[in-house]
Design a protein around this ligand. Structure first.
Ligand SMILES: NC(=O)c1ccc[n+]([C@@H]2O[C@H](COP(=O)([O-])OP(=O)(O)OC[C@H]3O[C@@H](n4cnc5c(N)ncnc54)[C@H](O)[C@@H]3O)[C@@H](O)[C@H]2O)c1
Ligand SMILES: N[C@@H](CC=O)C(=O)O
Length: 497
């Protein structure tokens, strides 16, 4: 990994404006290795922060809170604008860091850096539009109003699949609102988070306003971040399993929470759909980030009348996807994050096959001759796979696959499609392909999901409210709504003479 600016490779926690090794002298091991999932190459040895460092970081965030919230919105916006500009200036290095530690193709990493930066720019602008209300009074001798104030110290725990965008989607609104923050990135991908924070430091964001703990003891660090009395809110992106643990911990001291959790996105391809358009969308969504995306299509429900045509078109196109090292420009599918992830995905496939599914493509371990790039760890890759005749009660369509596997199912009526789509505890994103506007409206309304894409899978950006219902989460990120998650509404009643 050759960065144009090697000083972006940070390996320590950042607390109160200082880069430091763990202060927990009894911690073992002292460092942990960050590796390239495609090759196994060790990229860096990173300090193994613990719950003690997390506590110090919370106190640093608390100490910085008074001054940061005391700035004008315009002053806070100015810092965020500088940070945004630095992220974009360093897009190439940040993308290379991401591909190296996470594996995604370099073009996807570059796109994620721009997406990540967009949250900082957007919330720099939103900082200046935090308004209260004047409420028409119901008593002549009272005047009623509300103001918005920052929640206080926020903690954020982020995942490895989008290591930069999931961080800025939290830090941007938190800082814009006047909160200070402690971030704990995933141990698989700490380098992206540390580089972003190094740029925040260069932008002049004052000491203590942003703090980062890197460490392998997620549960120990997480417990401090979810329970410390100085913390007023925890915001989490990750699995529903861990989200439930954090919700339980945060409940003990009634903290505010935002939860961006797992998904099980269906796509409903109706008989009147434009098949080419639907296939293009399904491939773009399913195989992005090797299928390791919370909103990527997990199940394809296709109308029985067009099943044959749709499947042929899909097969032709998926066969041309190239698997390998993310820095090779022709590669469209990188490695999965760990070897355990490959084993898990393959177990889901094997179980579906044992229960009546048929492999139209892939479904077996990756072979070396199909991989692009040198020095690759073959067992970290999984081939693009399409399974037909998948039964609705199999784990493959009831769990988040998080791999490049596409299960096909058919439906005969709209009601059947909607019932299958809604038969999950998840409710993050769903997609529809149809050329009938009335159908699009009615089905969008009937789907129990926080986000619906109609003839479109590219649904995310900084301007929309991202989030799920049911066990996919609580709250929204991005858009004009995203900043409310970091604000309290205070009501003031002024008595008059
Ligand atoms: N809804 C969204 O916006 C969104 C976005 C991206 C990813 N996700 C979800 O994230 C998951 C994939 O990410 P992941 O595998 O990193 O998820 P994960 O839940 O295993 O880990 C997420 C973060 O939580 C930390 N963590 C793990 N155990 C913990 C514990 N006991 N206490 C505190 N923190 C703990 C991890 O170190 C990591 O930083 C998928 O389910 C995906 O759908 C959701
Ligand atoms: N793909 C999502 C993140 C979930 O994994 C996004 O684009 O924000």
């Amino acid at each position: 990994m050759k960065l144009q600016d090697p000083s972006l490779l940070k390996t320590q926690c950042y607390i109160a404006g200082q880069w430091q090794d763990t202060q927990n002298h009894t911690a073992t091991p002292k460092v942990f290795a960050v590796t390239n999932p495609a090759t196994g190459e060790v990229l860096a040895q990173v300090t193994n922060g613990t719950h003690c460092d997390a506590e110090q970081a919370v106190l640093a965030a608390d100490a910085a809170l008074r001054d940061w919230r005391g700035l004008t919105a315009k002053e806070r916006a100015g810092y965020l604008q500088k940070w945004f500009a630095l992220i974009m200036e360093n897009q190439t290095d940040l993308a290379l860091l991401m591909t190296s530690e996470q594996g995604k193709p370099i073009a996807e990493a570059e796109a994620e850096i721009a997406y990540a930066a967009s949250f900082i720019e957007w919330f720099a602008e939103e900082a200046k539009r935090i308004y209260g209300d004047i409420i028409p009074t119901n008593h002549d001798n009272k005047r009623l109003l509300t103001i918005k104030q920052p929640v206080g110290v926020v903690t954020a725990i982020t995942p490895w699949n989008f290591p930069s965008a999931m961080l800025t989607r939290k830090v941007g609104p938190a800082l814009a609102a006047g909160c200070t923050i402690v971030i704990k990135p995933a141990a698989e991908t700490p380098l992206s988070a540390l580089a972003l924070v190094a740029l925040a430091q260069r932008a002049g964001i004052p000491a203590g306003v942003i703090n980062v703990i890197v460490g392998e003891d997620s549960a120990g660090i997480g417990e401090v971040l979810a329970t410390h009395p100085k913390v007023r809110k925890i915001t989490f992106t990750g699995s529903t399993r861990v989200g439930k643990i954090l919700l339980g911990l945060a409940a003990q001291s009634v903290k505010r929470v935002s939860m961006e959790l797992g998904g099980n996105a269906p796509v409903l391809v109706f008989a009147d759909a434009d098949i080419e358009q639907a296939v293009t969308g399904v491939i773009a969504s399913k195989y992005r980030n090797a299928g390791q995306t919370c909103i990527c299509i997990n199940r394809v429900l296709v109308h029985e009348d067009i099943k044959e045509q749709f499947t042929q078109c899909l097969l032709e196109r998926v066969k041309s996807l190239l698997v390998g090292l993310g820095t090779e420009v022709s590669v469209t599918i990188g490695p999965l994050i760990t070897q355990q992830a490959v084993t898990r995905v393959h177990a889901l496939v094997t179980d579906a096959l044992a229960n009546g599914a048929v492999a139209l493509l892939g479904g077996q371990a990756m072979t070396a001759d199909k991989l692009i790039g040198q020095g690759l760890k073959q067992q970290q890759f999984y081939p693009p796979t399409i399974l037909d005749n998948v039964q609705p009660d199999t784990a493959l369509v009831n769990e988040e696959i998080f791999g490049p596997v596409l299960p096909l199912m058919t439906f005969a009526t709209n009601q059947e499609a909607i019932s299958i789509a809604n038969a999950t505890e998840y409710g993050l994103a769903a997609y529809i392909y149809t050329s009938d506007n009335s159908n699009a409206w009615r089905v969008s309304e009937a789907l129990e999901y926080g986000m619906v894409g109609v003839n479109e899978v590219g649904i995310t950006s900084e301007v929309i409210p991202f989030g799920g219902i049911k066990e996919s989460g609580l709250g929204r990120e991005g858009s004009k709504y995203g900043i409310d998650e970091y604000l309290e509404t205070k009501y003031i009643c002024m008595g008059l003479d």
